[in-house]
Design a protein around this ligand. Structure first.
Ligand SMILES: [Zn+2]
Length: 253
């Protein structure tokens, strides 16, 4: 079965425990016996985010065995540090949306397609791709707020949107209550653009709005949906900001 390696840990002297996301069976953990031995057929195949064709032993209640693994895609481009950070964040999101051994093909495809985008997109646009992927992940979790209408009264958010201290989502001025926070028009416009555009167009969207300007909104929604704080996210958007600034300086000179 097609699988993407999410995590691995050492087990005894020579083996490894490997956690994968699969399209048809959700998240699967298996024991790769002897994976540490220098002559192991697993060597170089169980690296983080590798796409493999995996054969697991049938589920008999205990830990499964990873019996065979064939390398399908190594994703070398993701070794670039900023891409690696973004890919790690995406893997975290996908794992959060993927329960044990229950198929979530949409989540798997989001991870797989997302990794492909993160491999190829121009570095200064990486932040936009990450935001787009977060919106898709939120939608799969059923936790993406309506970006165009008030979550309370359903009125179009044409005159500005607000966040409420009480609940996630976007509100009109009246329904946001107090304390309310006005949402930046540019930030919301960028999120709407990403949400309504196909993923492959994200790296080349005609927008001058930096990803970091809009990054706080999905952070709030993700925190509400997953109750976990993504560890790498703040660092990721800080680096994206630096990368976009460097590229702007290059263009100017
Ligand atoms: Zn309202």
């Amino acid at each position: 079965m097609l699988a993407i390696v999410l995590r691995r840990s050492d087990f005894r002297e020579s083996s490894r425990i490997v956690t994968c996301l699969t399209r048809d069976h959700g998240r699967i953990t298996g024991l790769a016996k002897g994976a540490h031995r220098p002559d192991s057929p697993f060597l170089g195949r169980l690296d983080f985010l590798n796409e493999i064709d995996a054969v697991f032993s049938p589920d008999r209640g205990g830990l499964r065995l990873l019996e065979r693994a064939t390398l399908v895609n190594e994703r070398r481009a993701l070794r670039e540090p900023l891409r690696f950070l973004a890919a790690s964040h995406l893997a975290f999101l996908a794992e959060g949306a993927m329960p044990d051994e229950r198929p979530e093909p949409d989540v798997f495809e989001l991870l797989r397609g997302g990794l492909q985008l993160l491999e190829r997109c121009p570095l200064p646009r990486l932040g936009h791709v990450v935001l787009g992927l977060e919106l898709r992940a939120l939608a799969l979790l059923g936790a993406l707020p309506d970006l165009d209408h008030c979550a309370q009264c359903g009125a179009p958010l044409a005159d500005g949107a607000f966040q409420s201290a009480a609940a996630p989502g976007l509100y009109c001025r009246t329904d946001a209550g107090t304390p309310r926070t006005a949402v930046s028009h540019d930030a919301l416009a960028l999120l709407r653009l990403l949400h309504t555009s196909p993923g492959r167009t994200w790296p080349s969207l005609a927008t001058a709005v930096p990803a970091s300007l809009a990054s706080a909104l999905p952070a709030t929604w993700l925190a509400a949906a997953t109750e976990q704080r993504p560890r790498l996210r703040a660092l990721l958007f800080q680096r994206c900001r630096e990368s976009a600034r460097e590229s702007a300086t290059d263009d100017a000179t």
